[in-house]
Write a protein that binds this ligand. Structure first.
Ligand code: NDP
Length: 448
């Protein structure tokens, strides 16, 4: 089997040179799915793995914009339309200086399986730009978003491709993008999700990824007769996913003790609480400041990331990586295990390196990969699309209940495909569970 996987991966690397994150994401799926294909040769014959790893379409474009001093900048925009077998392309937009084709292809690839797991009719896509919204004025961000959407508008639509937010794209950016789409197309449609509540957004969409990741952790813990209540949790990041992870943890009686950004992390031994979380939301969402300000305000420890410090060195029972890809390395995984961590629920996409995943698997802890654990965000995006189509809006409780139900279903799918004796291999469960529905639809629809 390993020879077949290596052969397959050899071709992937040759066809997609220099795209390390994309290779990493494809390999993880190939390792889970290829043994399953051997037992189900219809997928092999139809070359589903080769087809699923090739985007249906890649759009790359120039995004020129002028800053407040009138100086001109040129960024690059992308949209990867990965797979539309089970619904319109769906997936976020990321604005971050590290964005490149390989990173967006990895994210789009992951999205295909994640969206399938939600049980909702959504294909997979991802997009973004190497534009950095940090230290830009609102007007600069608006001009960039307008220029970006001027090109993108020709490729997306409520039945074609429905982007949402991701790193660097929050409610402000979605607003500017939506406004420009509406102006260009003269249409008020659900072309983006994560919209404002007054203009087509869904309640619970901002909360969905973080809440969902905690619901998924709760389901995992229940398989061991454990609960979230009272558990010490480390959380990385301090953006959308991290904030609402902390919010749900507090509601369920857990004790979150860290948050981070790209400069460092805070360690609040006493634990965050509602008031402290409101302060974080203010510094991050309104002032667009740094997490270091928290340490000053609440007199707690702060560790600089330039000195190699990471939240994973703090003693905890559950870890919620919620910042970015490859943020948990081998050494971090060892720290976590040594300190008694029993569960990792990934809010971020692919935050754990393959070697670190091996350490978690060997230690047989509960490890929920992002494509299952963080699927709550796109699930509520799917619910936002349904509400837009019907021109209705559900209340908070209804959406939260639906989100919870979807996370339970995703967990059940992982159990169905990932049980190995007493151990649950969530990576295998999520990969095969996500694969089957898309692969069957591809078989039904012929060679397109
Ligand atoms: P935000 O932009 O709201 O927050 C990102 C956070 O992560 C910030 O604290 C940021 O710090 C930190 N961060 C970003 N890049 C790096 C880096 N290279 N090194 C260290 N820290 C970094 O993004 P989200 O919260 O929306 O997204 C976080 C993760 O969750 C991503 O992996 C995303 O793909 C994933 N995700 C998000 C979903 C959503 O609904 N938003 C859905 C599913 C997954 P700083 O401010 O210093 O950059």
């Amino acid at each position: 089997m390993s020879k077949k996987i290596e052969e397959f991966m050899g071709k992937i690397s040759e066809r997609n040179p220099g795209e390390a994150e994309f290779h990493q994401a494809v390999r993880e799926v190939a390792e889970s799915v290829m043994p399953f294909l051997e037992k189900n040769p219809k997928y092999l014959k139809a070359r589903i793995m080769e087809r699923i790893a090739e985007p249906e379409r890649v759009i790359m474009f120039r995004v020129p914009w002028a800053d407040d001093r009138g100086e001109i900048h040129v960024n690059r925009g992308y949209r990867i339309e990965m797979n539309s077998a089970i619904g319109p392309y769906k997936g976020g937009l990321r604005f971050h200086p590290t964005v490149n084709l390989g990173i967006l292809k990895f994210l789009a690839f992951e999205q295909v399986f994640k969206n399938s797991l939600t049980t909702l009719p959504m294909g997979g896509g991802k997009g973004g730009s190497d534009f950095d919204p940090k230290r830009k004025s609102d007007n600069e961000v608006m001009r960039f978003c307008q220029s970006f959407m001027t090109e993108l508008a020709g490729h997306i639509g409520p039945d074609t491709d429905v982007p949402a937010g991701d790193i660097g794209v929050g409610s402000r950016e979605i607003g500017f993008l939506f406004g420009q789409y509406k102006k260009i197309r003269n249409e008020f449609t659900g072309v983006l999700t994560g919209k404002g509540i007054g203009w087509g957004g869904s309640l619970i969409r901002p909360e969905a990824t973080g809440y969902g990741t905690v619901y998924f952790a709760r389901e995992m813990l229940e398989t061991k007769g454990e609960s979230i209540e009272g558990k010490i949790c480390v959380v990385s990041g301090s953006g959308n996913v991290a904030q609402y992870t902390v919010e749900k943890l507090l509601e369920l009686g857990a004790r979150p003790v860290t948050l981070s950004d790209s400069n460092g992390y805070i360690y609040d031994k006493r634990g965050l609480n509602k008031e402290k979380l409101e302060f974080v939301k203010k510094i991050k969402n309104v002032k667009r400041g740094r997490i270091k300000e928290y340490a000053k305000e609440y007199d707690c420890e702060y560790f600089d990331s330039a000195k190699g410090n990471r939240p994973w060195e703090i003693k905890c029972e559950i870890a919620f990586p919620s910042a970015t890809q490859n943020e948990i390395h081998e050494k971090d995984a060892r720290h976590l295990i040594k300190n008694g961590c029993i569960c990792v629920s990934e809010g971020a996409n692919m935050p754990t390196t393959p070697k670190a995943i091996e350490i978690f698997k060997k230690a047989k802890i509960l490890y929920g990969p992002g494509k299952a654990a963080n699927a709550g965000g796109v699930a509520v995006s799917g619910l936002e699309m349904s509400q837009n189509t019907q021109r209705i809006s559900w209340d908070r409780e209804e959406v939260d209940k639906k989100l919870e139900e979807i996370m339970v279903k995703i967990h059940n799918t992982c159990l169905k495909y990932g049980k190995e004796g007493k151990f649950i291999n969530y990576v295998k469960g999520a990969n095969i569970g996500g694969f089957v529905k898309v692969a069957d639809a591809m078989l039904d629809q012929g060679l397109v």
